[in-house]
Ligand binder design. Structure first.
Ligand code: PHE
Length: 341
């Protein structure tokens, strides 16, 4: 039996010397020191020995078991240390290395300026609303006092869909939608996408954004002066305190009287420069007192209410604010442009 025990020990130590992974150590542990190990099996034969021999062999096998277990533990530690030094080597972190700069995304310049616009109007009590982009003729034209076959329809280049709908040519359609469902008094702005059937160039695009404004109350409560002061406050908020606003008579079927409004050029402060083409003013949008026909087409009683509306292009405001000379840059997806904002 002594030989057998020694033989087991030699084989065990030999095999333990060769293994390289925790899994292999575990296999050997089961084989040489577990409850079903060769050694345990051998010890079943102890009962057939004389008491003296039994004691001797018992001690020898216990001692052998300890030697094997020690070796297994030593091996395990060795593997662990090897792994740690490997990790040390491979995954060493040099805290003095300069960091890698992560590119952060940001909002598109048009979104940024839209948020700015919304903030300014919200601070004056305006609600921000929007509605559908594909409209019927009634909401885009008829209800806004632009009857069929009226030359005013030609003021806007329209994409007509086969079913007679139109991708809205202006956000004024939302004036109608809103008034169909809400009774005055109210003040709203409508930032949104609009579509025009025209060729694109540096200052025109077939797809751009407008902000519509509409403030309505009982007759006699709102005047042209109110509209001018609201538009002035807005322009000051966007272009700076010193900005001035002027109104020029103009025609839009859904307002009466109608205006176009200009802001003093934020670059030369009205002196005249390249941006304002030397005249000191920049044309920004249309405005006017809501035509009573618009009220009646949404079911409101004529002369009961009065209000003003205005509309301007968001791209145009952004071009002036940021000094951009080509409207097509906004939709070109060119990172060299977008990263400047
Ligand atoms: N809807 C007009 C346009 O697109 C702008 C406008 C809005 C003018 C409201 C007057 C009042 O040109």
């Amino acid at each position: 039996m002594k030989n057998q025990i020694n033989d087991i020990k030699n084989r065990a130590l030999g095999e333990i010397g060769k293994v390289k992974t925790f899994e292999e150590v575990e296999v050997l542990r089961v084989k040489y020191s577990g409850r079903k190990s060769e050694l345990t099996n051998l010890l079943r034969g102890l009962k057939d020995l004389s008491p003296k021999e039994r004691k001797k062999m018992g001690e020898l096998s216990n001692q052998t078991k300890r030697v094997i277990e020690n070796e297994l533990e030593k091996k395990e530690l060795e593997i662990k240390n090897e792994e740690l030094s490997y990790i040390d080597e491979k995954e060493k972190i040099d805290v003095t290395c300069p960091g890698e700069k992560l590119e952060k995304g940001h909002l598109h310049p048009l979104t940024q300026i839209r948020y700015d616009i919304e903030e300014i109007f919200k601070s004056m009590g305006f609600l921000v609303v929007d509605d559908r982009e594909v409209e019927d003729e009634f909401h885009n034209f008829d209800a806004l006092n632009i009857p069929k076959n009226h030359p005013a329809r030609d003021m806007q280049d329209t994409f007509w869909l086969k079913n007679g709908s139109v991708p809205r040519t202006h956000t004024s359609s939302v004036q109608v939608r809103f008034m169909e469902n809400n009774k005055p008094p109210f003040r709203i702005i409508v930032p949104g996408r609009v579509y025009r059937n025209e060729n694109s160039d540096a200052t025109h695009d077939y797809n751009f954004h407008q902000v519509e404004g509409l403030m309505v109350a009982k007759s006699g409560e709102i005047t042209v002066a109110n509209s001018k002061s609201i538009i002035s406050e807005f322009m000051k908020g966007l272009f700076g305190e010193g900005t001035k606003v002027r109104l020029r008579p103009s025609y839009f079927p859904f307002v009466e009287p109608g205006f176009e409004f200009d802001a003093s050029c934020p670059y030369c402060k009205g002196e005249g420069c390249r941006i304002c083409k030397g005249c000191g003013w920049i044309e920004l949008g249309g405005a006017g007192m809501v035509n009573q026909n618009v009220f009646t087409s949404v079911g409101l009683t004529e002369d009961e209410f009065e209000g003003f509306a205005f509309g301007f292009g968001i791209e145009r405001l952004a071009m002036i604010k940021y000094g951009i000379d080509d409207i097509r840059l906004f939709h070109a997806g060119d990172l060299r442009f977008l990263e400047q904002f």
